[in-house]
Write a protein that binds this ligand. Structure first.
Ligand code: UDP
Length: 237
């Protein structure tokens, strides 16, 4: 396990993460997977609840190349970056073949439906037993809907911070073996938002692509220098 300014992150590869998920299915309890990135690490410094939720999650994959770089400088190298969307798609690929049922929660009107259609066309045999958009006021109705769908895997994309708190609050009641927070992955899967071209992904500069294509996000990207500063202060003390 690695520690970034008090946030625990598991040092796993994508395949090792899948092995852990396999183990989660073998036990009866519900499990929570989160994908901390520099933005969340910075946000959690001022949000004790978020910090505790990340630290007590069953699997926390490092979703940021800067985390890998920093970990190398600090001589506690992370094996690789594991992005949320890669893990989500791998979970779907591996476990839908075993007949596991999937529920998609999050995104604006029509996004979860469009994402479900894409997944059905790309993963033959996938069983999506429920979907719901991420803009609701009444938790009760959504919880009821998820319980009725009885998914084995629940993906929750309600925006960083809100999704972790929502899932943590309701996980026991939902009693889903594997639940994972996914940010805006449904937007990407549905085709509503484009993922960075492969070359950007290979060069580990997806953040640059997002900055170019969504310039209004520049404020969010200030989290990166803040994260680096936090890590510098920590290593110097
Ligand atoms: N979202 C939602 N309900 C909300 C707020 C956000 O479903 O009340 C969704 C939003 O539609 C988008 C995702 O949360 O699909 C964005 O999450 P985040 O900003 O964490 O994603 P990132 O773009 O960083 O992956």
């Amino acid at each position: 396990m690695n520690n970034f300014a008090g946030i625990h992150v598991d040092n796993v590869t994508l395949n090792e993460a899948i092995d852990k998920v396999r183990g989660f299915f073998a036990s009866a309890d519900p499990h929570m997977i989160v994908t901390p990135n520099p933005e969340m690490i910075v946000a959690a410094q001022a949000d004790q609840e978020l910090k505790e939720i990340i630290n007590s999650a069953d699997l926390r994959v490092p979703d940021g190349i800067s985390m890998v770089v920093v970990s190398r400088i600090l001589k506690k190298p992370l094996k690789e970056r594991v992005s949320g969307i890669d893990l989500m798609l791998k979970i779907i690929g591996v476990f839908s073949r075993q007949g596991k049922k999937v529920y998609l929660l999050g995104g604006g009107a029509g996004i979860a439906e469009a994402a479900a259609e894409k997944l059905i066309s790309e993963y033959p045999g996938i069983r999506i037993t429920g979907i719901h958009d991420g803009y609701f006021n009444q938790d009760v109705e959504v919880i009821q809907n998820i319980k009725e769908a009885q998914p084995d895997i629940l993906f929750v994309g309600l925006g960083a911070g809100r999704q972790e708190k929502w899932l943590n609050r309701h996980l026991k009641e939902l009693n889903v073996p594997v639940a994972m927070t996914i940010g805006g992955s449904l937007d990407v899967i549905s085709g509503h938002k484009k993922r960075a071209p492969k070359i950007f992904q290979k060069m580990c500069i997806e953040w640059l692509y997002r900055l170019i294509t969504e310039p209004h996000r520049w404020k969010r990207q200030l989290a990166l220098p803040k994260f680096l500063w936090l890590m510098f202060v920590e290593s110097a003390s």
